[in-house]
Design a protein around this ligand. Sequence first.
Ligand code: SF4
Length: 593
Amino acid sequence: MKYSEWKSGEVFVGDVPIGGNNPIRIQSMTDTDSMDTAATVKQCISIIKAGADYVRITAQSKNVAKNLALICSNLRKKEYSTPIIADVHFNPDIAEIAAGNVDKIRINPGNFAGKEKIKQRLLPLLDICRHNGTALRIGVNHGSLSNHIMMRYGDTPEGMVESALEFLRICKNEGFFNVVVSLKSSNTREMVKANRLLVRTMQQEKMNYPLHLGVTEAGDGEDGRIKSALGIGTLLNEGIGDTIRVSLTEDPEKEIPVAIKIAKNFSTRKHPVSEQKRLFFSLIQKMSGTLFNNVGNIGGNSVPVVISSLPVNKYSVENRPDYLFIDKEPEIENYSFDTKLIVPYALWVKLQNNHNNLFPLLTTNEFLTSGKKNKDLNFVKIEHDTDPDSIIPAAKGRNIVYILELQPLREPSCFYEFLKYYHKHNSLNPLIIRKTYNEKNHESFLIKMSGELGLPFLEKVCNGIWLINKKNKTHEKTLSASFGLLQAGRVRISKTEFISCPSCGRTLFDLQKTTAQVKKATGHLKGLKIAIMGCIVNGPGEMADADYGYVGATKGKITLYKNKIVVRKNIPSEDSVNELIKLIKENGDWRNL
Ligand code: SF4
C-alpha cells in the first residue's frame, strides 16, 4: 500500500478526538512561566479564544507537573474544557506526575539510551496514561536524537523515524493505542521526508497512529509563515497529518490564525487521496532530482530563477528578479534596469534588433508555426489546452524553457497531464511554474501559495517560479514571497536564514525583541544560518544545522555557539548581540552592508 492510501486511527485527547475523519486539529503552546498559574491560565484562554483545539504547556520540573492540576482546574472553573497537553522533554518522573493532571503528554524520546531502558521507563507511564485516559505523543525533534540513534543513523529522516518507532513498537506490543506521533525539523525537506517515511514504515508494521505536524523554529513574519505552510501544507496535501502546530517567534495566539488558514485548505479531507493525486505525487517523486538541460541560466545546476511581472523597478538587492515580464513597448523603452526581459512573441519580433537581453514568450501555436526564434532562450507557455504530444517532441533538445500555467495543485490535472507526457518523452527542457492568485490578504496568499507550490521545489523538479497576485497591489511582497518560498525549500538562498524557537515556559530572555535585534544586525549576511534559542536545555540540540547559535544560558546570560560548539559562555544579554557580531567577524563570515 502506498503512503497516500494510508488513514490514521482515532485518538481521544480529552473529549476532542484526533485522526481518522476528524478535522485537522489546531494547537499552540504557552510561553509563560508554568508556575505562574494566573498568567498561564490567562494565556491558555487567549489561545483558546483564537481557535485552538488543544493547548500545550511546558512541564520542566515536578513542581510544574503538579501545578498543571491547578491550571486545569482554574480553566475548568472558568468553563474552558479545551484539552490541555503537558510538554515533557522526557524525564519519566515529571511525565508520570503530569500524566495524572492533563489530557495528553508529549515526550521527547531523544534522551533515552537503550531499548531495555526505554521499556523500563515507558511501561509505568503507559499504565498511568491508561488509568487516567491520558493520550501520549512521541515527539521526535531532528536536532535532539539520542546518542544511540545518532551513532547508527546520524541526524537523518531514517534516524528520526527509528527514534519514534522504538517507542511506538512498545506501545503497540502493550496494546496502548492512545498515541500520536510527530517528527519535526526546522529543515522543511527533512521534515517532509521523515514524515513520509514514518507513514510508510507504520504501514509495514501495521500501525496507524495519527500524526502531529510542525516545522520547528520556523521564525517569525513572512519567513515563518512560508516555512510552516510549505512543510505542513505539502504533507496535508498528500493526506498526511492530523493535528498541526505552527511554531512562530511571536505571541502564541498569533500562531492560531496561521494554522487555521493552513488547515482550511484541507477542510474536506479525503482518505485516501484521489487516484489522480496519487499518480501525480508518485510521478513527482520519480522525477525528483532530474538534471534538466541548461538553457541560458535556467536548468542544469543553476538555482531556480524568479520571474516577475511587476510594473515597477524598485527592487531591493536580494529581491531583484532574474527575469522581468513586460508586455508594453513604451515600458521597455523607459526601462533602465539591467534585468533580462521577457516579452510577448510579437513584441520580441518587432524589438529584437534594438535590445539585448530580450527573450520571447511564445504560445504553443506560435512555437509550432513561427520560424523565427531567439538563438539562446525562448519561453513557451503551456496551458490546460496544450497538446503535450505535439509540443514536447518538437521542443526536445532545443533552447526552450516551459512556463507551466498551473491549476491548483489540489486538483493537479493540468500539471500532472503535462508532466506525464514530459516524462514519457524523456524531455529535459527546464520547467518554470507560473500561478495567478486572487488573494487580498497577504498572509492568506503566503499560506496558500507555499502549501500548493512547495512540492515541485522540495523534489527539485522545477527550475523557476513566476507568481502573480492580482488582488495585492504591493507587488514587491509577491516578489519577496517567491524568494521566500525558494529559501524555505532550501533550493535558493537569497538571505540570512534565521532559526528561532517559538519560546515556551523555559525561555530565558525576550525572544521576540532579541530576534528582531539579531535580524537587524545580521539580516544582510546571505547564506548564513543563525539560531536564536530560548534555553540551553533544548536550544543547542534543536538549532540543528545553524552556523551560529545565540542561546539563553541562565536568566540574563547568553551562550554563543559556532556550529554545535560553545565558543562564548555566560555573556550578559545586553552585550550579546555585539558579541555575536564579533564572533561572526572573527570567523570571516561578516560582510558590511
Ligand atoms: S528552545 Fe527551549 S525555550 Fe525555546 S521553545 Fe524549545 S524548550 Fe522552549
